[in-house]
Design a protein. Structure first.
Length: 364
């Protein structure tokens, strides 16, 4: 049984992989890769190393739906679209690059068999606030003279919200900022809702884009795929909603909202910015955990309202033992009627859902 869905977002990883990670759409993947990498790394064709197959992630809602491909000359590419902000994403990007590079070498093979590996990370959040451009490229270079000796490492970050984060923008606004092939693909990923294959302005009149829009229009999911898509879409909405609320709170306190970061404050409020962003990330983490535990999106939204640090609370993270506030025990407290007594730690004797939310704000 297949279920036809409306307004599918290509920013959701399962949709992204089903669109770009299948044999019949390799031309779209080639176009996307070539829009990102430099002249020396252009590809005419690729071999998909992990083509789309829902069976591979059926048992894991948190699986990484990246696309691995190999060019004719042996270069390896790893393309991932990341829905939500996660701690230490820079380390994760390096880790996946290292895997892409090292898994080329088979037993008894010489190091000369290794080809360049390029990691491409398309992010639905701001990961590099100090960078103004939405596309940034990283290499290893010599500190003083700037030359590259280790040439097999290359990482790209594409922060979609630096291209557009304003839902009120019209097609003319998107067209005005579209100058390159990468701009075109980012416009597709962020504002596909404004694009019609049969009525594209000349700045976006591209055969690959037309095909992507047609494929997106007729894309259908099985019931199992739809469930996975909707789960991942919920995370997208949870993050957007949580960050929006944090930004509104910051604005009410006189903190300026940065166009690129969502939350931007003056230098004098740097510490406060960190606290606000920290609360947002903790809220997202708790919401994701609740989602995996089976709670409804409505319940999660209600609980989000209560995820605030209690300014009058004197507790510090070290004041509460890990055995009481570990991630694994969190939902056990919620489900059991017997509540631990935290009074000796400065907390309440009764431990209800609201208190759990407040205390989990201290979990690192």
């Amino acid at each position: 049984m297949t279920v036809i869905m409306e307004k599918i977002s290509p920013r959701v990883d399962i949709c992204f992989k089903k669109l770009f990670g299948v044999e019949e759409n390799k031309d779209l993947l080639v176009s996307l890769i070539n829009s990102i990498v430099g002249k020396d790394n252009q590809v005419s064709d690729v071999t998909l190393l992990n083509p789309y197959n829902p069976k591979n992630f059926r048992q894991d809602k948190l699986s990484i739906l990246d696309i691995k491909a190999k060019g004719i000359d042996g270069k390896r590419f790893n393309i991932e679209i990341q829905i939500s902000d996660e701690a230490d994403y820079d380390k994760r990007a390096l880790y996946y690059w290292a895997k892409l590079y090292t898994e080329q070498l088979k037993v008894a093979q010489d190091y000369s068999a290794l080809s360049k590996a390029i990691g491409i990370h398309i992010l639905n959040f701001t990961s590099i606030p100090q960078a103004k451009n939405y596309h940034n490229v990283f290499h290893i270079t010599e500190k003083e003279n700037g030359f590259a000796y280790f040439k097999d490492l290359e990482l790209h970050t594409i922060e979609l919200n630096k291209f557009t984060s304003d839902s009120s923008e019209e097609l003319k606004d998107i067209v005005a900022k579209t100058r390159t092939a990468l701009d075109m693909w980012v416009a597709f990923l962020t504002r596909h809702d404004l694009l019609k294959a049969e009525r594209l302005p000349k700045e976006l009149d591209d055969e690959n884009l037309k095909k992507a829009l047609h494929v997106l229009d007729v894309l259908n999911f099985s019931a199992e795929e739809r469930e996975l898509y909707e789960d991942h879409l919920k995370w997208l909405r949870i993050e957007a909603n949580t960050l929006k609320k944090t930004a509104e709170k910051a604005l009410a306190e006189g903190i300026s909202i940065g166009k690129q970061e969502g939350i931007s404050i003056g230098e004098a409020r740097g510490i406060e910015k960190g606290r606000e962003e920290g609360e947002a990330k903790k809220a997202i983490k708790i919401a994701k955990a609740m989602l995996l535990d089976g709670d409804s999106i409505e319940k999660i939204s209600k609980i989000e309202e209560e995820i605030k640090l209690n300014k009058d609370l004197k507790l510090k993270p070290t004041d509460i033992p890990d055995s009481l506030l570990s991630k694994n025990n969190f939902f056990e407290y919620k489900k059991t009627s017997g509540s631990p007594d935290l009074s000796k730690y400065g907390g309440p004797k009764s431990f209800n859902v609201n208190n759990i939310i407040k205390y989990t704000a201290f979990i690192k």
